[in-house]
Structure formats: C-alpha cells, structure tokens
Design a protein around this ligand. Structure first.
Ligand SMILES: Cc1cc2nc3c(=O)[nH]c(=O)nc-3n(C[C@H](O)[C@H](O)[C@H](O)COP(=O)(O)OP(=O)(O)OC[C@H]3O[C@@H](n4cnc5c(N)ncnc54)[C@H](O)[C@@H]3O)c2cc1C
Length: 402
C-alpha cells in the first residue's frame, strides 16, 4: 500500500482549506454543530451549503466531470472529506448526490442523465429513497408495492416505510414489484416518480429523539409514467444493488469518529464537577476513551487500505464491510460515553423542549445538549443501509464461504 503523499495532494489540500476558510462562516459552523445529533442534517442549512458548493462545482466530488462532478481522484476525494470534517461543514442529503446520481450515471439513459443530474446538483430536486416496506427491510426482495402497466404508465399501489426526508422531497426513486412469476428478485423494477402525484400520502414517523426524519408513504392508484423507469423492467434488483454500494461506501468514518472523540475529550477536560477532578483524569473513563481511539485508528487504517485498492482500480473486497460494521458500532459506543460524560446535563431532551417551547433556557454546556439526542438517533447506525447482522452475513459469505 502506497501511503506517501504527493506534492499535488498537499497543494490540493491547501486549495480546499482556502475555500473553506472563505466560505464556511462562523454562523454555518455553529448551525452545523447544533445539528450534529441529527440522523441526516438540518434542511435549510443543507440547502444553503449545497448552493455554496454548487457555485464552486464541488457539490458532487465522486461524479465524473462530464456530468457536473469534480473528476477528482480517490485521494483528492479523501482529502476533501478529511478537510470538511476537520472544519465542521454542514452535511448534505445523500439520496440524490450519493445514491441516485451515481446510479443514473451507471444505468440511466442519456435523457434521464441530462434532465435529472443538473437538478440534483443545484438542489432544485430533492430525492427520497423508497426501498423498505413494512416486513421488507433486510429481506428487501420480498417487497410488495405493486406496479401494473397501463398504457404509457404504471399504476402503483402499496406502501413504503422509514422513507427519510419524504416530507421535504419532491421526487422519489423506488423499487416496485412488476411480476410475481419468477424468483422475487426478478420481478422488481426501479422507478422514479414525483411526490405530488395524486394518490400519494406521506405520514410522519417521529423517532425516539423527537425528530421528524422519516415517514411512511402510501400509494393508492398512483399513475407513474414508464419513462421514469431506470433499466429494463424486472431488472430493478441489479440497479438497486449498484445503488447500495454507494449508500454503504465511505472513506471518512475513521476521521469522523476521531473528530467525535476529540470533542468528547475536550468536554471531559473542561468539565468541572464540584470539587472533583475533571472527568479526563478518571482512570476508567480514560481507559474507555483510549480503547475507542485505538478502534477509530484501526478503522482509519482499514479505510486507507480501501482507498489504496480503489486508487489502483482494485476491488477492496470485504474491507469496506469490516469498516461499516466497526464504525457503526464504535459510533454508538462513543455516543454512550458522551451521555455518561454529560451526566445530568444530558437528561433534558432539548429537541422536544424546543419544539414545544420551554419556559426556561438551555441547561448545561452545548456539548451536553447534543449528547442524549445524539445517542438516541445514533441507534440507527447499525440498522440503516444494512443492519450489522446482515453485514456480518455478507462478510461470512465473502470471506468464509458460509
Ligand atoms: C434512520 C433510518 C433511515 C432510513 N431511511 C430509509 C430510507 O430513506 N428509505 C428506505 O427505503 N429505508 C430506510 N431505512 C430502512 C432501513 O433500510 C431498514 O431499517 C433496514 O434495511 C432493516 O430493515 P428492517 O427495519 O425491516 O429490519 P428487519 O429486516 O426486520 O430486521 C430486524 C432484525 O433482524 C435481523 N435480521 C434480519 N434478517 C437477518 C438475517 N438474515 N440474519 C441475521 N439477522 C437478521 C436484523 O439485523 C435486525 O436486527 C432507514 C432506517 C433507518 C434506521
């Protein structure tokens, strides 16, 4: 594995730093910090930051240049992610930029690419992902939402669940069943549709942190033009699997965990507990912190192995799965430690308090305010995008042939 940094990489890092120093205002940083506990992001903040990145042409680092991406190398993308994390940039919605966009580049028609990709980049279209259904999550191929051909359209009936941001999105990409005759995977079709079509109903689901992040979406005789189909009818499983590779791939989890640990360490060093020493001087706390730091380093090294394989156009194999399993579980352990560190300041749920209008101001240091909602929303990291158990199944198949 070649870990040496080329001079061009250092110059590129400088360019990114200069851009962030100019465009990432204190206000944006403050709002990004405040939204840090959320599963995805704060809507207005995400759209504002996307528009800034779009003006610079940096909104889709992984897309090829001809489609409005940056054309950056894998190493440049890695450096960019590192710098954004270190600077504390707002997060963007991944559904269009990281899932549908690359999928259309790989499987869409020229017409679909030229119509849809620029609108993803500009933020004119916001997409949601309609895959999961009640009873069809890990076993996605069992999905039941039905699409029946009628002239140039499909008539869609059924329901999707856990649909993140469907209450903001104006468009959805979805998997629907167009046949029940062959293996379940063979009767699935990938379609794109407008969220304002007659017959679509979006019901909110409030997560346990009090956040409205996902929804259940109902379809009753919804007429969807067949022109919105991606790939041939019945081949949606191939398209969906291609998309999931983008949903699960990340090269910055190690850096993100290290970032969270730095914040935790800072808080534990500053916190005064009456006459007691700062938490950072507590032996038990330090041991747990050190264990997590070692794991975060291990993940960062694993990601570098993936990075190195990708840079050499090789398949990284199971390293990406190992990284996903380890990073999601480590994230949860950091969040657990953060709640313990926050102590009683972590108890009030500021998200709910803000929603209903408290008759008192925020209690305790800012770090502590994010601890409990971060811990609660963080339960999702071992579920979303493929559960930890399912990831282990994949690993067992790939590496052990089980
Ligand atoms: C925050 C969040 C956002 C999400 N956003 C979206 C979205 O925008 N669009 C969308 O389509 N979906 C979304 N999802 C849904 C997500 O994809 C599913 O929750 C996930 O695939 C798991 O499916 P499930 O919830 O039906 O759980 P199940 O599949 O019912 O699993 C329940 C438990 O059984 C275990 N299990 C299941 N099968 C096996 C097996 N074969 N071997 C061992 N253990 C097994 C699982 O690991 C889990 O612990 C989101 C989920 C979360 C948490």
């Amino acid at each position: 594995m070649d870990m040496a940094h080329a001079k061009e990489d250092d110059l590129f890092r400088e360019e990114v730093r200069d851009f962030l120093a100019e465009k990432l205002t204190d206000d944006l940083k403050r709002r990004a910090r405040a939204a840090g506990w959320r599963t995805f992001t704060d809507h207005d903040l995400a759209m504002e930051w996307q528009s800034i990145l779009h003006s610079r042409g940096w909104v889709a680092p992984a897309w090829p240049k001809e489609f409005g991406g940056t054309g950056w190398s894998v190493m440049e993308r890695f450096i960019y992610q590192q710098e954004c994390l270190a600077a504390g940039t707002p997060r963007l919605y991944p559904q269009g930029l990281m899932m549908l966009g690359p999928t259309l580049i790989g499987h869409g028609t020229d017409e679909q690419r030229s119509e849809i990709l620029p609108r993803i980049l500009s933020g004119d279209d916001l997409w949601c992902q309609g895959y999961s259904e009640p009873g069809s999550g890990s076993d996605l191929a069992s999905l039941q939402t039905k699409a029946v051909k009628d002239g140039d359209d499909y008539i869609v009936n059924g329901t999707k669940i856990w649909t993140s941001t469907a209450h903001y999105a104006n468009r959805m990409f979805a998997l629907v069943r167009t046949s029940t005759e062959d293996r379940p995977q063979k009767g699935i079709t990938f379609i794109m549709l407008d969220m304002d079509l007659p017959g679509i109903k979006v019901d909110p689901i409030i997560n346990m942190a009090g956040e409205h992040e996902f929804n259940q979406v109902f379809f009753t005789d919804v007429r969807v033009p067949q022109a919105g189909r991606v790939g041939p009818e019945g081949q949606g499983w191939t398209v969906a699997k291609y998309l999931l590779e983008f949903e699960r791939g990340s090269l910055s989890a190690g850096a993100s965990l290290a970032n969270a640990l730095t914040k935790l360490k800072l808080f534990a060093s500053e916190r005064e507990r009456d006459d007691a020493p700062a938490l950072i001087d507590d032996g038990g706390f330090r041991t747990r912190l050190s264990e997590l730091e070692v794991t975060a380093d291990t993940i960062a090294m694993t990601e570098k192995i993936v990075l190195s394989s990708l840079s050499a156009n090789q398949n990284p194999g199971s390293a990406a799965n190992v990284s996903k399993i380890l990073s999601s579980e480590t994230q949860q352990r950091i969040q657990e430690l953060a709640v313990e560190a926050a102590g009683y300041y972590g108890v009030p749920n500021h998200v709910v308090l803000e929603e209903f209008g408290p008759n008192f101001g925020p209690v305790g240091p800012a770090f502590a305010r994010n601890a409990a909602p971060g811990y609660l929303t963080g339960r999702m990291s071992t579920i979303a995008g493929g559960t930890g158990e399912v990831q282990r199944n994949i690993l067992a198949k790939m590496e052990l042939g089980l």
